[in-house]
Design a protein around this ligand. Structure first.
Ligand code: AMP
Length: 224
């Protein structure tokens, strides 16, 4: 089973993917998390992508697609060992070239995209969500200054680490990322809708209501 979460930055894709993936025994593949880890480790990939990432621009398709192919090959091995049901994509694909590459990679594995879930949130709410977002640098837990603050101000509930703001959650980078979403990523919704795979979920509701709506949509799709 291969599920894609779509939605603009700040729509809650990451939060929902972290909840839904273990429930459906899916491996979460969040390309943004992979790039952040590479930057933190200062690996060869990390050094290459840091400047692009910090501006809020997209990493070139060639690099991103190669990374996804490598991860999916690893996931396919775990699936054949029976440990996993499939993959949940968060933040990939983001361009037409990536969507085509994903179809090709999956086809090589005798597989396909089963469902695409778009989490919809009004633009003004997205900007407020992104600007107030704070992240634990150790475990990656995401908080919001007003909507979901940690118990102690500025400190992660789990790790006790000082929360940070992502480099790409600055006003300029936020503007750039939303522009790129509209220009390059939003058109993919029509691509998947034309194949009857697209489900839309209202993301402006409590987290568990959104989770239930997503799981409902996916279950309807896979039992069809
Ligand atoms: P995210 O955590 O999904 O918001 O991604 C953060 C940043 O990582 C993006 O602004 C891009 O610089 C990079 N990135 C993540 N996923 C992709 C992708 N599919 N294609 C290109 N760049 C990506």
């Amino acid at each position: 089973m291969n599920i894609i979460f779509m939605g603009a930055q700040g729509s809650g894709k990451g939060t929902q993917a972290a909840i839904v993936a273990p429930r459906l025994q899916l491996e979460k593949l969040a390309t943004g998390d992979v790039f952040r880890a590479a930057i933190a480790e200062e690996s060869e990939l990390g050094v290459k992508v840091k400047v692009i990432y910090d501006r809020g621009d997209l990493i070139p398709d060639e690099l991103t697609n190669a990374l996804v192919r490598e991860r999916l090959e690893r996931i396919a091995q775990q699936r054949s060992a029976g440990a996993l049901q499939g993959t949940l994509f968060d933040g990939f694909p983001r361009t037409a070239g990536q969507a085509e590459a994903l179809d090709d990679i999956l086809a090589d594995q005798g597989d396909r995209v089963d469902a695409v879930v778009e989490i919809q949130v009004p633009r003004e709410d997205l900007i407020a969500r992104l600007a107030g977002r704070r992240v634990c640098p150790v475990c990656g837990t995401v908080y919001h200054l007003d909507a979901d603050p940690p118990r102690m101000q500025g400190v992660c509930d789990r790790e006790g680490a000082t929360l940070i703001q992502r480099e790409d959650d600055t006003p300029d980078a936020i503007r750039r990322r939303l522009e790129l979403y509209d220009e390059l990523t939003a058109p993919l919704l029509a691509y998947y809708d034309a194949r009857g795979l697209l489900h839309r979920v209202d993301g402006n509701q409590p987290i568990d209501t959104v989770t239930n709506a997503i799981i409902d949509a996916i279950s309807r799709e896979v039992t069809r």
